[in-house]
Write a protein that binds this ligand. Structure first.
Ligand SMILES: [Zn+2]
Ligand SMILES: [Zn+2]
Length: 254
């Protein structure tokens, strides 16, 4: 993708910009798709939110730029220097390692998010300077997925790029992790539950986060801090269950 023989700094900058453009395109594709589905499944849900959505897209564009820089560096180091633990040979590790590596990546991301997110709510200074932007979305929409202050974007953007130097992962499993991150980031904010009640209200649903759980965070602030799993929230007593509003909305649409 980046011509060989360029000075490393220039090559890293170009790789960062290229990945930023891809992250931005991914944001428009995923948020656009689920906003379109929202308009079909719940017509009028985003009525009157045009100004908020424009602001969300602006913050998300800055976030895409920030997310692209470390990811571009990883891409370049992987393809030009073989410096990461990303592998392409399916037989390099036993088959059971494939799902385990996906779970490990999600769990580390979730743990970092839980504790950094909780810290941002515990400190008024951190909240004001890093997290208030995300909570300006009232209620959140499919476009809120990447609406973060640059400081919060930075804290989220470094986790996976650091992990690829510590935990080996197949390139396809890394793509799966990024796909899960993208889809859950969008759908957890879109204002309605896409998973059926038999999943959301099941034993499995008591441990994973979907829109009904994260919406409650946007309603009450001081609870439900997790990203993918309810493990830390439940262990630390910060889980307040699901958003009544979304559960009712789901019942009405059924
Ligand atoms: Zn949120
Ligand atoms: Zn928050």
């Amino acid at each position: 993708m980046i011509p060989a023989g360029l000075p490393p700094l220039l090559a890293l900058t170009l790789a960062g910009l290229a990945v930023s453009a891809i992250v931005l395109a991914r944001y428009f594709a995923s948020s656009g798709l689920f906003a379109w589905l929202t308009a079909r499944a719940h017509p009028g849900l985003y009525r009157g939110l045009g100004k908020q959505i424009r602001r969300e897209i602006g913050w998300s564009a800055i976030a895409a730029l920030i997310y692209g820089v470390p990811a571009g560096a990883v891409l370049w180091l992987w393809s030009n220097r073989q410096a990461t633990l990303i592998y392409t040979d399916w037989t390099a590790f036993p088959a059971w390692y494939l799902p385990l590596s996906v779970f490990a990546y999600l769990f580390v991301q979730d743990s970092w998010f839980y504790w950094s997110h909780r810290a941002m709510h515990a400190s008024p200074l951190l909240f004001r300077h890093a997290h208030a932007v995300h909570h300006q979305s009232r209620p959140p929409t499919a476009w809120t997925a990447m609406s973060f202050h640059p400081l919060e974007s930075l804290s989220g953007a470094i986790v996976v790029p650091l992990l690829v130097f510590v935990v080996p992962i197949h390139i396809a499993m890394l793509a799966l992790v990024l796909a899960i991150a993208t889809i859950m980031g969008v759908t957890n904010h879109m204002g309605w539950e896409m998973f059926p009640r038999c999943i959301v209200h099941s034993r499995f649903g008591q441990w994973v986060i979907t829109a009904s759980h994260h919406e409650r965070h946007h309603e009450d602030y001081r609870c439900n801090y997790g990203l993918y799993f309810r493990v830390w929230d439940r262990l630390c007593g910060t889980d307040r269950g699901l958003s009544e509003k979304l559960v009712r909305r789901g019942r009405a649409a059924a």
